[in-house]
Every structure is written in C-alpha cells, then in structure tokens.
Write a protein that binds this ligand. Structure first.
Ligand code: PMP
Length: 406
C-alpha cells in the first residue's frame, strides 16, 4: 500500500513547525488533531464569502449559508450512514452531545432508582453528566469492569442489568488505553434486555469506519476537532424515533415552530435540538474535514496508524522500566505509559523540551486511574500523518529522560 506521508504532511502546515529549535513531533492527537489547509480555508471562505445567519433569511447569502449548513448535515449523515439527516444534530462537541442526551433522556425516560450502565474507562464527559442527573433525579450508575489488559468484561456487564436499567453509555475507544470496545456486541446485549445505548465515538470516529445502522446504536456522539475539523462543533446522532420522543435540551430561536406567551410548539427534527444560531461555519468546515478523511480513505488511515502503534509498542518495550497501560487485543493508536519511578509530568515536560508533544496526567479519566492504581500516565497518541521517524524521536527522548533520572 502506498501512502505518501510527505505530501499528506504538507496539508498540515503546523507539522513543519519548530519548537525550542527542534522539529515539532506532535503526538497528542487524542486530545485534538491538527487541521489540514482545506479545513482552515473553508472557515476563511465561510466568513469572507458566505456569512449570513441561516434559516431565517430571505436574502441570497442567508439561503446560501443555510444550504451549506444543511449540506454539511447530509455529509455527516452519509459519513455515519444514518438513515436520515433529521438524525444528525449539531452540538459543540462530544461533551455537549452527552449532556444533551443525559438531560433529555433522564427527563423523559428515568425516575428515582433507575440505572445507567457505563464502563470503568469512560472519559469524565460520559460520567459527570449522568452524576448531575443522579443528584437531581436519584438515578445511579453501574460500572462495567475490565481485565488487566484493559478489556471490558462482558460477562460482568451482562450481570449489571436489572429491571431498573434504562440506558447503557459506553465509549467505543478508550482515550487512555486505546482499547477498542466491542460496542456492536455491547449494544446487542443491551437490546436483548430492551435497553438503548449511547456510544461515545470521540476516539473512534477519526480512526475507523463507523456505521450507526450496523452498530444499531440509539445515540452516537463525536467531536469535530478530533477528526481534523474545527473546535466548537460536534455531532449527536440519534435514531429518529428516540429524538422525536425526547424533550428539547435548550430553548430559544430555531428550535420552535410557534411561540406565544401561553404556549410554545417546538420545531421538528433536527431543529428541535439546535436552539440559537448554530455554528454554520463550523459545520461546513467539519464536513470539509470529513471529505478530507474520506479522500485519504479510512482503511489507509487505520493501516498507517496500526503500523505506528505496533512499531512504537515494540520500540517502547525495549526501554528499561517501561510500563504500558492497555494491551487489548483490539487497540487503537494510543499508548499510555510510565517509566520506572519518573513522574508522568516530569517526563512530559522534558519531552516537550525535545520538541515532542505528549499528554500527561489523568486524561479526564480519574476513575480509570483509580482502577489502575496510578495517578496518571504519559500518553502518546498517533494520527496517520505521524511517521516511524517520529516514533524513533520519541523513543530516543524517553531514553534520554530515563538516563537523566539515573
Ligand atoms: N470522550 C472521549 C473518549 C474523549 O477522548 C473526549 C476528549 N478527550 C471526550 C469524550 C470529550 O470530547 P470534547 O472535549 O471534544 O467534548
């Protein structure tokens, strides 16, 4: 398979930057990805040439901007293979999408004593919104445990269902361990019990093909900025029958059909969940990012990232005192590690001085850190635009830090 990394890297101007007079080695892609030129140009063009508030205008520009926003919705629909563009709601990101579902679903479908099943490896954004509802409504969380490799225990998961279980909310890929969870099976098990499922796709959508109909998820969420799109835009996919059933999350313009002081009639889908002026520049830039990803090809992206994962894992394992967290059989290109007694923060700071951008800390997954019995890790996360040479720089950097600490 040919994969012209150099020409791909030229699409991302930031990748040729220097930091501290060293070439930047950007290995923090699970936090956010860099943006290709076409996405930035789409934003620039949007503000220079197409900008007008959408949906309400009779004038030319407003109609053009409206059409671009709705075309972006259809792009997301095709990308996720959703049945209808009514099932695509634009939000600010994964966090807002989950908060929306947590709030609206709990209002409509849950009462005191009811339960939501999550997993031990959830990001805070798939824990805290449920806890906020728990405090308001008296619902509670049940947690799927994992084995030493960082794989969810499906037998234990089956045992968590009770007649009070109303929803399963689980991540498709762990942002810390890289574990690719068998969400299709997780969903099928929930459906046997008549329970709907929300999938957090923040870390999966950029790296693998997602087909929401094949998964049969009731809700699926992701963030634009992790898939080469802009910050501040994300997606909630929901099966139409579920979105129809749920009450709006926020009130305001766009989401209404008629308003009087006596009574408001809400708008139809998808507008019922998009109160206020949407980020119509962000939505079109996200669509541009999805086109870019499709042009490169998800199969090629996945193959390149798997190659980097395998190469990096093998190299890192040569380092004395190396502990890698997460050795699932099905794993994405995220490596969390600690070396000897070196604090993750010290490692991250010193790697930074060598031009290497990694993330340190709990990665917004403190309950997972508690389960692992650690405070944090160093995390290197890869994109298809990374190279084996960059892995070599990382490995040499870690070795240097290790020697500094004796
Ligand atoms: N879930 C997972 C698995 C994530 O990795 C992240 C981002 N680190 C989020 C949710 C939250 O995404 P955002 O901050 O874009 O809303």
């Amino acid at each position: 398979m040919t994969f012209d990394i150099q020409s791909i890297r030229e699409d991302f101007p930031i990748l040729s930057h220097q930091v501290y007079n060293k070439p930047l080695v950007y290995l923090d892609n699970a936090a956010t990805t860099q943006k290709p030129r076409c996405v930035v140009e789409k934003i620039e063009n949007g503000y220079y040439n197409v900008n007008a508030n959408i949906h309400r205008g009779v004038h030319f520009l407003s109609q053009e901007a409206t059409e671009a926003h709705e075309e972006a919705r259809r792009t997301v629909q095709r990308f996720l293979n959703a049945r209808s563009s009514n099932e695509i709601i634009f939000t600010r990101g994964t966090t807002e999408s989950i908060n929306l579902v947590a709030s609206s679903f709990t209002d409509e479908c849950m009462s005191a004593g009811d339960e939501v099943i999550v997993s031990v490896m959830e990001h805070h954004s798939n824990i805290v919104p449920w806890q906020i509802q728990a405090a308001k409504k008296g619902i509670s969380l049940r947690v799927i445990p994992m084995n030493d490799k960082g794989e969810l225990l499906l037998d234990e998961y089956r045992k968590l269902f009770t007649e009070k279980t109303r929803l399963v909310a689980v991540t498709q890929v762990s942002n810390v361990l890289g574990t690719v969870n068998p969400v299709k099976e997780i969903i099928a098990i929930a459906h046997e019990q008549g329970v709907p499922v929300l999938v957090d796709g923040a870390q999966s959508t950029p790296h693998m093909k997602v087909d929401v109909q094949d998964l049969d998820a009731e809700f699926f969420v992701f963030s634009g900025h992790k898939i080469y799109g802009p910050t501040g835009i994300g997606v909630l996919y929901g099966k139409e029958e579920w979105l129809d059933k749920l009450p709006p999350y926020q009130g305001g313009g766009e989401m209404i059909a008629t308003v009087s002081f006596e009574k408001t009639v809400f708008n139809e889908l998808p507008f019922k969940f998009e109160a206020g002026t949407p980020d119509y520049i962000g939505s079109t830039a996200l669509a541009e990012a999805l086109h870019y990803v499709e042009k490169i090809g998800m199969d090629r992206i996945a193959a390149q990232e798997q190659d980097l994962l395998e190469y990096a894992t093998a190299q890192l394992k040569q380092i004395e005192g190396m502990r890698i967290f997460g050795e699932a059989a099905d794993k994405g290109a995220v490596i969390s590690f600690l070396v000897g007694n070196i604090h993750h923060y010290d490692m991250g700071m010193l790697l930074d001085r060598l031009g290497i951008a990694v993330r340190t800390g709990h990665h917004c997954a403190q309950p997972l850190m508690q389960a692992l019995g650690i405070e944090g890790t160093v995390r290197a996360s890869f994109s298809f635009y990374n190279t084996r040479e960059e892995v070599d720089v990382l490995v040499r950097g870690i070795e240097r830090v290790r020697q500094m600490f004796g």
